[in-house]
Write a protein that binds this ligand. Sequence first.
Ligand SMILES: *Cc1c(COP(=O)(O)O)cnc(C)c1O
Length: 343
Amino acid sequence: MKIDLRSDTVTKPTKAMLDYMIQANVGDDVFREDETVNLLEERIANMFGKDKALFFPSGTMANQTAVKLHTKPGDQIISDKYAHIYNYESGGVAFNSGVSCKLLNGNRGMFTAKQVDEAINPSDYWYAPTSMVAIENTTNKGGGACWDYDELLKIKDICLNNNLGIHLDGARLWNALVAKKETTQQYGEIFDTISVCLSKGLGCPVGSVLVGNETIMQNALRLRKVFGGNMRQVGYLAAAGIYAIENNMDRLAEDHKKAKDIGGVLSKLSCIKKVEPVETNIVIFELNDDVNENEFVQKLANKNIHIISMGGHKLRVVTHLDYTNNMHEKFLRLLNKIDFTKH
Ligand SMILES: *Cc1c(COP(=O)(O)O)cnc(C)c1O
C-alpha cells in the first residue's frame, strides 16, 4: 500500500468523477462554445458574487494573469515572504508582468494591515508604484494556516484608500472555508480577483478558476491566450470541477481531522522539535538538529510512505481525498514504531 502524503495534488479522479466527466456536453471553448465550461464559470462566479469567472489549466497561470491584470511593468506588489506567487511560480511575476515584490515578514504566511500600510511606497518618483496586495488562504508554506477575516477587512480598507488591487491566491481557499465556516460570498466582497484550484483538495485532475468583476476581468481572456492557456473541448475537465464542487467540498473536514491526528502523534515524537499548528490539511514540522532530514524521509519511504522536505529542517505532510482510513491507521502506527534517531 503506497501512502503518498507529498501533496493533495496526487489524487486521481474516482470512477464517479470519470463517469460524470464523460457525459459532458462539450464544444470549442476558444469560440466560447463549450457549454460545460460556461456552466462551471457561471457557477463559480455566482458562488463568489462576481460577474465573471475564467477556467485555467493551472493555478499558476490564473495567479499570473491576475498579477498582469492589476499591474503595469515597473510596479511593485506586496506579498508575504512565503507566498506561492513569489516562491513557486518560477519568477513569473517578474518575467510576465515586470513587477517586483515587497516581501512582508508575516506569521506563517499571514501579515497584518499595519504591515501593508507601512509597505506601500510613497508616490515619489524615486519609488516603484505599489499597485497590488497578494494574499494566500490557506497558506501553503505557512502550513495550511487560515487568515483572520477581520484582518482581511482591514487590509481591504487600506487597499481602497490607496487605490491598490487586492488578489487572493485561493488555491486552498475551500479548506479555509470549511475549517472556519466562512462563505465564498464573504471572500468575493473583499477581493477584486480570486484564483481557486480544483485539482487540490477537491480531487480534479486539472483546473483552476479566476473570478472577478467585469472591469478587472475585461482583459483576462486575452491574457490567458497570450499565456497559451486557451483550450478546446475542455468541458470534460470542467465537468470534473462541477462534480467536485457538488461532492467533494464538505468532506475536506475529514482531511483536516486526519491532519490534526498526525500533528498530535508527531508532536509526541522525541526526534521532532516543533509541529506548526494544524488548521487544515497541511502539517509542517521541524526535526531536532541531530536528526538527519534525508534519513527521516528515507525511513518512511522504506515503508512506502512519502512526504517532502520544505527546506530548513522542515518537512511537510498533506492529507487528501485518496488518503484512506486504512492508510491513516497504518501511518500513525508506523510513526510510533520507527526509530528515527538510529542511523
Ligand atoms: C498549488 C498552488 C498554486 C497553483 O499551482 P499549480 O500547480 O500551478 O496549479 C497556487 N498557489 C498556491 C498557494 C498553491 O498551493
